[in-house]
Design a protein around this ligand. Structure first.
Ligand SMILES: [Zn+2]
Length: 230
């Protein structure tokens, strides 16, 4: 190889290296920089059931409590990445109390005293008719802000998860959504009684998509709240 060709090869190698380096830096900079949309917000996530209370059982034996925790942790990671402070009612497979009454009382007390702006309880649905599927978000009867939060999350889940029959959010007279003063929703991510949806809900990659859709709904809710304040 003569001198000029050697120089050309060295320059080319250096060029490729610089290009790779700039791609690498871009990849590692932009998500964090672009995503700090939830700084200053405190969000409480309540992964439903746990321990002695497995919740619904899937068509192939999946325990609702396990899927709830996995999706809740994916949601926690996503919200933290966007700058939010996240409080979890549980972070292990265990329940939050020794029996159902104590468990629910402890969840309510955390919801009442954590100073969060919103509460999100994560659940999976079940129905005798195995053909029923799709996510649905529930809010407390008469709660205007709860409905807004539920509508944003429902819209994001419908548009990114593309359920066969998209649902609308609905009000539900449940203990958790009626706890505390912050708007609260129950996100029923899907039906474990539907074997196709059960299989999806067990996949890490689908759980990630569910978490991202919920986080996108939360982000839109706060953006709209801020606009309304001005
Ligand atoms: Zn449940």
């Amino acid at each position: 190889m003569n001198r000029n060709r050697k120089l050309a090869v060295v320059c080319m190698a250096a060029g490729i290296l610089m290009l790779l380096l700039s791609c690498f830096l871009k990849m590692h900079q932009s998500p964090a920089a672009a995503a700090q949309t939830l700084t200053g917000y405190r969000i409480l996530i309540d992964p439903g059931h746990g321990g002695f209370d497995g919740g619904a059982i899937g068509a192939s034996g999946t325990h609702e409590s396990d899927i709830n925790l996995q999706i809740a942790q994916a949601l926690q990671a996503q919200l933290c990445k966007q700058g939010a402070e996240v409080i979890m009612t549980r972070s292990t497979a265990e329940a939050v109390g020794a029996d159902k009454n104590e468990d629910m009382r402890n969840r309510r007390s955390m919801i009442e005293t954590s100073g969060q702006q919103i509460t999100i309880s994560i659940h999976q649905n079940s129905f005798p008719d195995a053909s029923v599927s799709g996510p649905q978000v529930i809010y407390a009867p008469g709660s205007v802000q709860g409905k807004q939060l539920a509508d944003h999350i429902q819209a994001q889940m419908n548009s990114s998860l593309l359920p066969e029959r998209p649902r609308v959010s609905t009000q539900g007279d449940y203990y958790i959504v009626k706890s505390g003063s912050a708007p609260a929703v129950i996100v029923e991510c899907g039906f474990l009684s539907n074997s196709t949806e059960e299989a999806l809900l067990c996949k890490q990659n689908y759980q990630q998509r569910v978490a991202q859709a919920i986080a996108a709904g939360v982000t839109q809710y706060f953006a709209q709240e801020q606009e309304a304040d001005h």
